[in-house]
Design a binder for this molecule. Sequence first.
Ligand SMILES: Nc1ncnc2c1ncn2[C@@H]1O[C@H](COP(=O)(O)OP(=O)(O)OP(=O)(O)O)[C@@H](O)[C@H]1O
Ligand SMILES: [Mg+2]
Length: 318
Amino acid sequence: MMTLDVSNAVHTTSLPLPGARHGKVRDMYSLPPDQDGPRVLMVASDRISAFDVIMPTPIPGKGQLLTSISAGWFHWLRGRGIINDHLLSLDVPSIPGADAPTLASLEGRIMVCRAVRIIPVECVARGYLAGSGWAEYKQSQTVCGIKLPAGLRQGDRLPEPIFTPATKADAGHDENISFEGACSAIGGALATRLRDVTLRLYAAAREHAAARGVILADTKFEFGFALGADGTPTDRLLLADEVLTPDSSRYWPADTWSPGRDQPSYDKQFMREHLLRLEQAGLWDRTPPGPELPADVVEGTLSRYREAAQRLFAAASL
Ligand SMILES: Nc1ncnc2c1ncn2[C@@H]1O[C@H](COP(=O)(O)OP(=O)(O)OP(=O)(O)O)[C@@H](O)[C@H]1O
Ligand SMILES: [Mg+2]
C-alpha cells in the first residue's frame, strides 16, 4: 500500500503574485502577460469539498492527479481538433519572491493558462441517467426540460447524449436550466455553439474512456473568451477550467456498471458516504467547518483518484 506523504500536502497557497482568488479546489493568480494577452496561474490544491463545504483535511497529491488528468485530456482533445483551449504550459513559472520549497510544492499541480472571461453557463453533457438528472427524471421524465423515454432506470445509458446547462452561481449551488434558459442568459447563437462543442467533446472523450474500461457518465465544461492585450475579452472562444477530471465528471468502472442503483464512482462519493454517516449520527450538519477526515477516508479517496488517472492515461507513476 502507498503511504501518504502528508508533509507535501497543499491545502491553501499564498503566493507572492497579484490577483489571488481561491475557488473550492483551485487557487488562481495573475501572471505577467505574454504577447497575446493576460495569463493566469491555476494551482490545483489538495482541498476537497462536499456539499459545497471545503474539508479541513487535505487529500495529499489530489492536486497533482487532477492536473495530470486535465492535462492528459487537453493534450488528447487537441488531437481531435474540436476547439482551442486555455492551457499554455505545465512548467512552474518564475515567481519572484517565492522560496524553493514553495516552488517545489507547485510541481505537477499548476497550469499556466490564457486568462479568459468565463461564460456564466456550465456546459454539462450527460450520456447516462444519474445525480440531478435522475432526480428530475423521476419527477417529470425530463432532464433540464428534455423529454426522455419512459421506463429508464437509475444509471441507464440515454438513447443520445444530452446537453443540460446549469447556471454558474457566484455562491451556493449551481442550478440546472433549460436550453432556452441558456439562450436567454448568453444569447441563442453562443448557446447553440456551446451545445454543439460540448456534445462533440463528450462524444470523443467517452469513446476514449470506454476503451480504457471506464464509463464517462457525464461531465461539465467551462468556456471563456480569451482576454486580449488590453484586458478585455476578444472573440476567441476557448475551452477553459479543468477538463474531464473526477471533480467535474462522473466516471464509473465499466465492469461493475449495473443500472437500477447508484453506481460506484471514481469521485468523492466515498468521502460523501463517510460524511453521511456522520450526519446520521448527529455529528455534522453540512455547514462549515467540515469535519477532519480520518486516514482511511483520505487514503480511500486518493486511491480512487489515482485509479481513475491510471485507467485513463496509464499515469502509473502517480
Ligand atoms: N483561463 C481562465 N481564466 C480565468 N478564470 C478561469 C480560467 N479557467 C477557469 N477559471 C475559473 O477559475 C476557477 C477555478 O477554481 P475552482 O474550480 O476551485 O472554483 P470553484 O469553487 O469550482 O468555483 P466555480 O463555482 O466558480 O467553478 C473557476 O471559477 C473557473 O471558472
Ligand atoms: Mg470548479
